[in-house]
Design a protein around this ligand. Structure first.
Ligand SMILES: [Zn+2]
Length: 194
């Protein structure tokens, strides 16, 4: 698995399109949605915590069922239900898509990490799936908190975060995000009024 650096950097790609849909949403609502999205980006790794409490060790079953698209779909339902009730800022389906993409990105990044892969197609397929060409060095399970042991991990993930930022900025400058959404009725009224 990559560290939270790579996982949370995906928020930079997801947020501009989300923020456009949140125009007019009070700051409190936007902060709640951003916070929930950041939690979702690392949520699959809760199996480290449950493994150390209920299992045989923090990393023994890591990358199991919580790293599946079924888990992503279930998480996204809870994400969408809680956020649509708490903020009323977007349609339930839009929240679900945001939650599923955020959670799913975690699964994909883990599959592109040097190691044993993840059970992404659980419960239909028990196999762990890993890319034959890993991009991330990943976190050493024997010394997860050592910075010295993770110099390469941190370096590759900062580079990845930089890439996500630059590609997002490039898309944004090209007006990609603008073309995703027609101006709303209230936008039109505002432009007429001004
Ligand atoms: Zn993971």
């Amino acid at each position: 698995m990559p560290s939270p650096i790579a996982h949370t950097s995906i928020a930079m790609a997801l947020w501009p399109a989300t923020a456009r849909k949140l125009r007019g949403t009070p700051a409190r609502g936007r902060i709640i949605i951003l916070g929930a999205t950041l939690v979702t980006l690392v949520a699959a790794d809760f199996d480290i915590l449950t493994g150390s409490i209920f299992g045989s060790g923090p990393f023994v079953d890591h990358g199991g069922p919580t790293h599946s698209f079924v888990a992503a779909a279930i998480w996204a339902m809870a994400f969408a239900t809680v956020l649509s009730i708490a903020t009323r800022a977007m349609h339930w389906t839009t929240f679900w898509m945001l939650g599923f993409i955020a959670y799913g990105s975690h699964i994909m990044l883990d599959a592109f990490t040097f190691g044993r892969g993840v059970r992404m197609f659980w419960p239909f397929l028990a196999d762990r799936i890993a890319s034959p060409l890993p991009i991330f060095a990943g976190v050493r399970h024997s010394t997860p908190a050592s910075i010295v042991d993770h110099t390469l991990t941190i370096a590759t993930e900062l580079l990845f975060a930089l890439l996500v930022w630059r590609v997002t900025a490039w898309w944004y400058q090209r007006g990609y995000y603008d073309s995703q959404e027609q101006p709303s009725a209230s936008d039109k009224e505002q432009s007429v009024a001004s």
